[in-house]
Design a protein. Structure first.
Length: 650
């Protein structure tokens, strides 16, 4: 019996079977489109089948885990489907991520091998088994193009749709990331439930903008493929550029695009230039959606949706269509509710004793239903702690989210924060303890605490408060490099402030209110007996500045271009001053702030600036010189093969 001979069972069959069914129905339609190539459904099936046979030949089968460390392109999607077709589960790795994190994930999952290319394999341990797709000869050459035989008793058969489909790693409060075992039943149930809110038909395009290690990317890849639609792969640079993003939406008449509010805040500028697009559906997820941003999205898209759900419950658990009646406002501000449970999802709001709360009262969100993950890999105690029996007794196992909400009179839910210290940075879930553990391991750091701080709307960043173990601390650049050895970009603090001691309450707990306001601390050294002042003038913990002044560590701006770049950087990074030799990323910049900076510079220089410019010209002086040359030439040119932007799209 072959895969093609099976009839998919709704809500149970794995993704690879449903995509195969779509391929039989629409063989000549384009399934995947990238900058360099297009792949029809028939071609997709051929490539998936050959890679599946090649994986079988390497011993990959049911129950195994296979890491996928590939650049954004058709091969990434082919690899996901092929791994699923073998009965194994896939583990996505960021090709631009730190090798230490990749090594930890490979060891934790005991991955049978890693699928990579020569260029994308740098994070992989040298001796880890791998299948390199760009080897010569092609490692899939000579293998059959038809589906492999699948015994009826095999875990890939449709009556085992609850098998593990992929493992995604999220931040861990123990100081190490934790792998969530996501089931095929959960993914397919979610994709079908989205049909109540999102319409994608044969030939219609969905933009794949999200980094593949972020769970909402599953929707961008597989929702169109289940319906004969087209996955448009958006490069990481274009996913951050408002003008390029808007051009892709219009060029492909995109039906669906997703992003976090942090990203939408920037991308909206590009979309507004093109006016309203009735066919465009957008989903905001990963962070609370501010009402003013929702208003902006409604001006450019026919449908605006706000989604909520942790990775442990398979991407989205609730959703709401955003209109004027759904907004919750307070003096013109406020945020959009997270909606109602998707079809099949069970959601409880409970108090500290696990009893139900009344409408209007705040409770912790518990989620049950087919989207529940199969716990954490190799963490049985944490799995038992968070995946618990339903207090109401009729939903089986539910997941304790740690999120707080209340139910409005209309039945929709308002998100109200966390029961713990967990943060959302550009949609990425960050446990401060994981970042603190890395910083505390530095030999020159005695103690530290990491907090989130909203520098501006939809601009939350991490701030590290450090107690020196010696007379001085390393520079911010050195501390960032230390963190980057094992942490993803979103986990790396933007500011580093030295304090005499961690402030504590009389009960011995962290006194967060006594930590200095990072925007009120000068970005140059402060004498040891000085104190930082908060906005109201109250004395805070003593601060020893660790960011050198431009006049001492870097040259002062001299030309109009240098002064403009320095001013824009200082405003975006909340610094007093920037020198021409200062490195944007060493000052605390990241890919999202870089996008906002370049938008400002485009206005100042009346010039289209590619997103990669700030990653190539990292110092203020170098970027100013490049902008001056570009003004004279009338355009900004970058050599081919220059490095892409740091980190992934949110």
């Amino acid at each position: 019996m072959t895969v093609e001979e099976e009839t998919p069972r709704p809500g149970v069959a794995g993704r690879h079977r449903l995509v195969a069914a779509a391929a039989r129905a629409h063989p000549d339609l384009i399934a995947i489109r990238s900058e360099d190539e297009t792949v029809t459904y028939a071609e997709l099936e051929t490539r998936v089948n050959r890679l599946t046979h090649a994986l079988h030949a390497r011993g990959v089968g049911p129950g195994a885990a296979v890491a996928i460390c590939l650049p954004r392109g058709p091969d990434l999607i082919v690899a996901m489907l092929a791994v699923l077709r073998t009965g194994a589960c896939y583990v996505p790795l960021d090709p631009t991520g730190p090798p230490a994190r990749a090594a930890l994930i490979l060891a934790d999952t005991a991955a049978a091998l890693a699928i990579a290319t020569e260029a994308s394999s740098s994070p992989l341990p040298r001796r880890w088994p791998r299948l390199q797709l760009d080897d010569d000869p092609d490692p899939t050459a000579g293998f059959p193009s038809h589906p492999p035989e699948v015994p009826a008793s095999d875990p890939t058969a449709p009556d085992r749709g609850g098998r593990i489909g992929h493992i995604l790693y999220t931040s861990g409060s123990t100081g190490r990331p934790k792998g969530v075992r996501v089931t095929e039943r959960g993914v397919v149930t979610l994709l079908r439930a989205l049909g109540e809110y999102v319409t994608v038909g044969p030939g219609e395009s969905v933009l794949f903008t999200t980094v593949e290690t972020f769970d909402i990317s599953v929707v961008e890849i597989f929702l169109p493929l289940l319906h004969g639609g087209q996955v448009v792969i958006v490069g990481r640079d274009a996913a951050r550029s408002p003008a390029e993003f808007a051009a892709l939406v219009d060029r492909h008449d995109a039906r669906l695009a997703q992003a976090t509010p942090s990203a939408w805040r920037t991308l909206l500028a590009g979309l507004e230039a093109g006016g309203h697009r009735e066919r465009l559906q957008v989903i905001s997820a990963g962070e609370p959606l501010p009402a003013d941003l929702a208003d902006g999205l409604r001006r450019v898209a026919g449908t605006v949706l706000n989604g909520y759900g942790p990775t442990e419950t398979t991407i989205y658990s609730t959703m709401i269509r955003v209109d004027s009646s759904t907004m919750t406002r307070d003096d013109g501000a406020g945020s959009v509710p997270i909606g109602r449970p998707l079809d099949g999802t069970v959601l409880r709001l409970v108090d500290r004793e696990n009893g139900p709360v009344r409408d209007g009262e705040v409770g912790e969100i518990l989620i049950g239903g087919p989207g529940i993950a199969d716990g954490y890999i190799n963490l049985p105690e944490l799995t038992e702690q968070l995946f618990v029996p339903d207090p109401a007794g009729d939903a089986g196992i539910v997941y304790r989210t740690g999120d707080l909400a209340r139910r409005r009179p209309d039945g929709t839910l308002e998100y109200l924060g966390r029961t713990d210290r967990q943060l959302k940075i550009r949609g990425h879930r960050v446990e401060p303890e994981e970042v603190e553990g890395r910083l505390a391991a530095h030999p020159e750091v005695s103690a530290c605490v990491v907090r989130g701080y909203d520098f501006a709307p939809d601009d939350a960043r991490l701030v590290a408060y450090l107690v020196p173990a010696t007379a001085t601390l390393p520079t911010p650049a050195a501390l960032r490099a230390w963190c980057a050895e094992s942490l993803p970009e979103a986990f790396i603090p933007a500011r580093y402030l030295a304090i005499d001691a961690i402030p504590l309450t009389p009960h011995g707990k962290l006194d967060a209110a006594a930590l200095p306001n990072p925007t009120a601390v000068p970005s140059h050294p402060v004498r040891e007996n000085d104190t930082a002042q908060d906005g109201g003038g109250a004395a805070q913990a003593a601060v020893v500045g660790i960011e050198p002044p431009a006049s001492e560590a870097a040259g002062r701006p001299r030309t109009p271009a240098e002064r403009t770049v320095a001013r824009v950087w200082a405003q975006a990074l909340w610094l007093d001053e920037v020198g021409i030799d200062d490195d944007f990323f060493d000052l605390g910049g990241d890919s999202l702030v870089a996008t906002r900076v370049l938008l400002r510079l485009e206005e100042e220089f009346l010039l289209a600036i590619p997103i990669r410019a700030i990653f190539v010209h990292r110092t203020a002086g170098d970027l100013a010189a490049a902008l001056t040359r570009a003004r004279r030439a009338g355009r900004f040119d970058l050599p081919d093969g220059m490095p892409a932007a740091m980190g992934g799209a949110a």
